[in-house]
Design a protein around this ligand. Structure first.
Ligand code: UD1
Ligand code: CA
Length: 471
């Protein structure tokens, strides 16, 4: 529902080929900020509280439809229509007509224009007043390739959109262009669509010709002009995709800095999801965040960290080159406790849960394991399917042998245990509280609290042994 109390039905044109992407993947499935272009557009439609979204597919329709069916986010109901062959933008919207009820207002979007803001579309809808044709336009320093907005020279009233290839030299000089986005009352739009023809330079059914028919019917055509070209920028090739990605990332970076986040370099940050930051958060260069990542007050992230699906508590420090790869479901979320130190070169996999002041050092891998407050694994270790109690010290080179070739098993290491270097803990196994395991031990049986356990061949020295000599 819009503020006009009208049901909004969104049509997304996504049948075009995207030849210049030179890719097997349909254009609208390429990703910007970690999300397919079409999902950016669908999220915008959701923010408009659209009653439904009609997606017009054509090239790569199977792949696009499959992706839409896998959607994980909450979206308005989606109707799929196929446009075969693709005879132009007007033809694309004609294919959607059977799904458009007369009482609605139709907003036409393109699947390859990802950064349109919902508030811009709300303003466009308001401009239509529910009974007029509203076009989203902007002035371009170089309007080449776009449809030009032709106005009556005296009244400035909108008369037509003329495509580049059909324009006269005077029309080509017009700087105001059509963005590709319009809002129109469904009942009227249908009558205009029915009157389109393809007698033009490209032999296509142009959606833009509805302007001509609205004018002929005496229905006012209004323009909602915006300044920000990024909002309506389409993607046709990998260079444009990369350019839009950088522009989008720079905006995200500035929004974070505006909240007080200190970025070493706003041009060297990538957020491919949701990054939530507390106060006095510092992020060094070249970090990539994906999924939902929360950095609480005072967290510092070193250079070159890749972090997804993680909750990092106040005062924790993640040193350079650390990879944190949590999962979306709560059991797989990575949690780093208050004041914990992680890295450099650490790897926290799904379900790593670190308590306060835990230290995870270089080349330590943690997976589906809980480390209670003050536990430390500082060098070269694997902790998987395990629970470490408070203040456990887990020596260099030690591993939990959690997999017997068929099943995963748990290792329990109770509070205040010291595991020496190069130990193999063959799960399932429990090391009792306060115990010590001698370096190089292979532990296969539970140990009692407080004892020293050594499980390795005894050291022997042979005094009368002679090294072989060459004869
Ligand atoms: C269109 C507008 C032009 C505007 C420009 C803004 C028309 C005739 N022209 O031109 O005035 O300035 O957008 O970017 O509308 N599509 C289909 N089926 C088709 C043809 C296109 O689904 O048969 C889809 C494309 O995949 C794309 C969108 O419609 O997502 C726009 O098509 P495109 O060919 O890029 O239109 P332009 O020629 O750029
Ligand atoms: Ca285009």
């Amino acid at each position: 529902m819009s503020e006009l109390n009208l049901a909004v039905d969104v049509v997304i044109m996504a049948a075009g080929k995207g030849t210049r992407m030179i890719s097997k993947l349909p254009k609208v499935l390429h990703r910007l900020a970690g999300k397919s272009l079409i999902f950016h557009v669908l999220d915008t439609a959701a923010a408009l509280s659209a009653r439904q979204v009609v997606v017009v597919t054509g090239h790569g329709a199977d792949q696009v439809e499959h992706a839409l069916q896998q959607a994980e986010t909450a979206l308005p109901p989606i109707k799929l229509v196929r446009q075969e062959p693709q005879l132009g933008t007007g033809h694309a919207v004609q294919e959607a007509v059977p799904h458009l009820q007369n009482d609605g207002l139709v907003v036409v979007l393109s699947g390859d224009v990802p950064l349109t803001q919902a508030h811009t579309l709300k303003a466009l809808i308001a401009a239509s007043q529910g009974n007029q044709l509203a076009l989203l336009t902007l002035k371009m320093p170089d309007p080449t390739g776009y449809g030009r907005i032709v106005r009556n020279p005296t009244t400035q009233a909108l008369q037509a959109i003329v495509e580049q290839k059909d324009a006269t030299p005077e029309q080509l000089a017009i700087g105001e262009v059509y963005s590709g986005i319009m809002a129109a009352p469904a009942a009227l739009l249908k009558t205009w669509l029915a009157r389109l023809d393809n007698r033009n330079a490209q032999g296509e059914y142009y959606l833009t010709d509805v302007v001509k028919w609205a004018v002929a019917d005496g229905v006012p055509v209004v323009a909602h002009q915006i300044q920000d070209a990024l909002e309506v920028a389409g993607i046709n090739n990998p260079a444009q995709l990369a350019e839009l990605e950088r522009a989008h990332q720079l905006r995200l970076a500035h929004a974070l800095m505006h909240q007080g986040v200190r970025l070493a370099d706003p041009a060297r940050l990538d957020v491919r999801g949701e990054l939530v930051c507390g106060q006095d958060v510092e992020i060094d260069v070249n970090c990539v965040f994906s999924g939902r990542v929360v950095l609480e007050d005072g967290v510092r992230i070193g250079a070159h960290c890749v972090i997804s699906q993680a909750q990092i508590a106040a005062g924790a420090v993640v040193h350079p080159f650390t990879h944190i790869e949590g999962g979306a479901n709560p059991k797989d979320l990575v949690e780093v406790g208050e004041g914990a130190l992680v890295g450099p070169f650490a790897r926290l996999r799904p379900g790593a849960k670190l308590g306060a002041d835990v230290h995870i050092g270089n080349f330590v891998e943690v997976k589906q394991a809980t480390l209670a407050a003050g536990a430390k694994a500082n060098h070269l270790a694997y902790v998987g399917d395990a629970q470490l109690g408070e203040r456990v010290n887990y020596g260099a080179g030690s591993i939990t042998a959690n997999y017997d070739g068929a099943h995963k098993h748990q290792t329990m290491i109770e509070a205040d245990v010291h595991i020496g270097s190069n130990c193999v803990l063959i799960a399932p196994v429990t090391i009792g509280a306060g115990g010590t395991v001698g370096g190089g031990s292979t532990i296969t049986k539970d140990t009692a609290p407080g004892v020293l356990t050594v499980a390795r061949a005894k050291q022997v020295s042979l005094t009368n042994w002679k090294r072989p000599q060459k004869s």
